[in-house]
Design a binder for this molecule. Structure first.
Ligand SMILES: C[S@@+](CC[C@H](N)C(=O)[O-])C[C@H]1O[C@@H](n2cnc3c(N)ncnc32)[C@H](O)[C@@H]1O
Length: 445
């Protein structure tokens, strides 16, 4: 199954999560351990892809054409298992050889066997240590595309680029957001987790965050069906906390699907704010409805709207707005390694343009004195700090709001001197995220 998913990806890079979800649905009886194994192989191969290829080329005595995709993919799976999963060599090599034997690349069975045997003796360093050019070396060592490596090198220098890339290739922590405002209910849920043998560590920032050090199958955890928690990274939790929804207010979540932050805002307001959740893709709004349903969030108005178009946002002005804008996603590569292979430099510019349009559209529907939070799970300046700087330069009726991080339940280390949230997986251990909290000045200011 891992081979099939990877073959599809190498033929036509796709959104992996949707593909894996479809696989789990098609095989509901799959043993959770097998599922974990498939997941790890697929994500791991995509994390290390060109490094795997560079290592595999060392012992090859003839070139293996790209078209022999099954042989290549079986080799990548084998080498990943050998070096990153510590699968015993005979088992890893045997599994890959069997895959090739039963495929159109069957004549290459002996070749795959011989290459893997020799690659088992190599270290990853041998694939990149003699590469002189820093961008090329880092790009092989940490398996990132050359254009992205060059972009980050220019912005960050060698050390920080290497740290970012290494963090992108590390396993991301699994954090849950307790869905509720009641400390007693949270303590009771933590006790239930402990009773069922699940180690769960409550975190300080934000207080609803809980770390599951061992990972685990989410729907099997106590409280899942009752909607007592959702899976969410802590940096993503910061967005709703920055909005700081208050009871009685009207709040728009302009890019809402699949509804993670809508539900969080509902919880933070104690269910007493009126939330309007919009997305321009009807099929994704179905996911919002499902998530809100499981988390037992009621009273949210969910509808299709293009947030670039102020008319579609409704006639009334809102007290607060959240824009969790569509973006390149470079801040979540550690969770979605395929992002680094799917994006192009051009897409970053296109995303920034669309974000600017959404920002202008939504800003026009916020009351004087109202708050707007703009967030992206990207670490690209054009999508974050530059976007907001340009918006503020053009819109004097808006300014950055002062953020008192601790008062909002957030870690002050996540914020820069302008009060913007700018997280880096390598430094903060959370996803790469940008968020700014803006306020629309009142007419008398
Ligand atoms: C980063 S995701 C939002 C994630 C969501 N806030 C959550 O926490 O679960 C961005 C969303 O923006 C939506 N989107 C893209 N362009 C849009 C537009 N012009 N108007 C409204 N929504 C848009 C996408 O369909 C996508 O669902």
């Amino acid at each position: 199954m891992a081979l099939e998913v990877l073959l599809e990806f190498f033929r036509q890079p796709n959104a992996l999560e949707d593909r894996l979800d479809a696989l789990w649905r098609a095989h509901p009886d799959l043993d959770p351990r097998d599922r974990g194994l498939i997941h790890e192989i697929v994500l791991g191969v995509l994390r290390q892809w060109p490094l795997l290829d560079a290592m595999l080329r060392i012992p090859m005595n003839k070139t293996l054409p790209d078209q022999q995709l099954t042989a290549w993919t079986a080799l990548r799976i084998g080498l990943y298992q050998l070096h990153w999963m510590r699968v015993p060599p005979h088992a890893a090599i045997h599994a890959s050889v069997e895959l090739v034997k039963r495929s159109p690349d069957q004549p290459l069975t002996g070749f795959v066997n011989a290459v893997l045997r020799r690659a088992a003796e190599l270290t990853p360093e041998q694939a990149w240590e003699s590469v002189r050019d820093p961008a090329r070396r880092l790009s092989v060592q940490h398996a990132h595309p050359l254009w992205l490596t060059r972009r980050w090198l220019k912005q960050l220098g060698e050390e920080r680029t290497a740290a970012r890339m290494a963090a992108n290739n590390a396993q991301a922590p699994l954090t849950l957001r307790f869905h509720g405002a009641d400390d007693d209910a949270r303590a009771q849920w933590l006790a239930e987790l402990a009773e069922s043998g699940v180690e769960a560590r409550p975190l300080e920032y934000p207080p609803e965050a809980v770390l599951l050090p061992q990972g685990g199958r989410i729907p099997a955890l106590p409280g899942y069906a009752e909607g007592r928690f959702a899976v969410q990274d802590r940096a993503a939790m910061a967005a709703a906390r920055l909005v700081d929804p208050q009871p009685g207010e009207r709040i728009v979540d302009a890019c809402a699907a699949p509804g993670g932050k809508t539900a969080h805002m509902a919880a933070l307001s104690g269910g007493a704010a009126t939330i309007v959740a919009l997305d321009n893709r009807a099929e994704r709004l179905q996911r919002v409805a499902e998530n809100l349903d499981r988390l037992q969030v009621q009273g949210v108005e969910v509808r299709v709207a293009d947030a670039r178009n102020a008319d579609e946002l409704g006639a009334e002005l809102y007290d607060r707005a959240l824009i969790d804008a569509p973006c390149s996603g470079t801040g979540v590569i550690r969770r979605h390694p395929e992002i680094k292979w799917r994006r192009t430099a051009k897409e970053i510019a296109q995303a920034a343009e669309r974000q600017g349009e959404i920002l202008r559209g939504v800003a026009s529907r916020v009351k004087p004195g109202g708050v707007l939070v703009y967030a992206v799970c990207s670490m690209e300046p054009e999508e974050g700090p530059d976007q907001i700087a340009a918006f503020l330069a053009e819109n004097p009726q808006w300014r950055r709001d002062e953020v008192e991080a601790k008062g909002l339940g957030l870690d002050s280390a996540w914020f820069n001197e302008l009060g913007e949230l700018l997280t880096e997986p390598s430094e903060h251990g959370v996803d790469g995220f940008y968020a700014a909290r803006l306020i629309r000045v009142t007419d008398t200011e």
